[in-house]
Design a protein around this ligand. Structure first.
Ligand code: HEC
Length: 177
């Protein structure tokens, strides 16, 4: 009797909290099945995070943009034929000078241009390149400095100016040979 008691007590001490088959099933469920589903869920979440939504930009392009190196080189054709003053005027200057917007001396308005023409071509060219008053810098954009100069010649000529066209820069001149 006492030996039997001893065995029962001994077994009791080593069984731990799981005492019934239901508890064993629950323990197996929570320690193996639940983590497996949790991992599957995490994997699915991580994988789906990289998918682009329908209608979003081309995935490869977006990735290329994200991993591109900082700084880009813009290649412009330095040897393209220079635009004429009229072409430059029509593309870049007419918005203001065509109507006299923002107080710009109007195209063909000799009265508005005469005092400016007196200051000399270099002064006007410099103003156009670097900007003056309400006019932002016109240089450094799509056109070469010399093309902006030609536009100044074109505009002043329409208002009684007689400036010679600025010479093309040496680099362009030698490349043209
Ligand atoms: C955003 C409007 C705007 C555009 C675009 C613009 N201008 Fe002007 N421009 C002005 C205004 C305003 C003035 C008068 C500035 C002043 O005297 O304060 C002016 C003045 C000038 C002058 C006289 C500068 C001086 O020293 O008196 C020249 C030359 C000139 N522009 C050339 C150009 C050329 C060439 C282009 C095109 C490549 C151009 N502008 C484009 C607004 C513009």
């Amino acid at each position: 009797m006492s030996a039997n008691d001893h065995t029962t007590a001994h077994e009791e001490a080593h069984t731990g909290p799981i005492k019934t088959p239901q508890q064993l099933l629950a323990a197996v469920f929570f320690s193996f099945v639940v983590p497996v589903f949790a991992i599957i869920g995490l994997v699915y979440y991580v994988a789906s995070a990289n998918k682009t939504a329908p209608g979003a930009d081309d995935g490869a392009k977006v990735v290329a943009q994200r991993i591109q190196k900082i700084g880009t080189v813009e290649i412009r054709d330095a040897n393209r034929p220079l635009k004429s003053g009229e072409e430059v005027y029509k593309q870049q200057c007419v918005t203001c000078h065509g109507s006299g917007a923002a107080g710009a001396p109007k195209f063909g308005d000799a009265g508005a241009w005469a005092p400016r023409i007196k200051t000399g071509f270099d002064t006007l060219w410099h103003s156009a390149l670097k900007g003056k008053g309400a006019m932002g810098a016109q240089g450094g954009g799509d056109f070469e400095d010399v093309e902006i100069g030609k536009a100044v010649v074109y505009m002043t000529a329409a208002a009684g100016g007689k400036f010679a066209e600025p010479a093309a820069p040496a680099a362009a001149a030698s490349a043209a040979k």
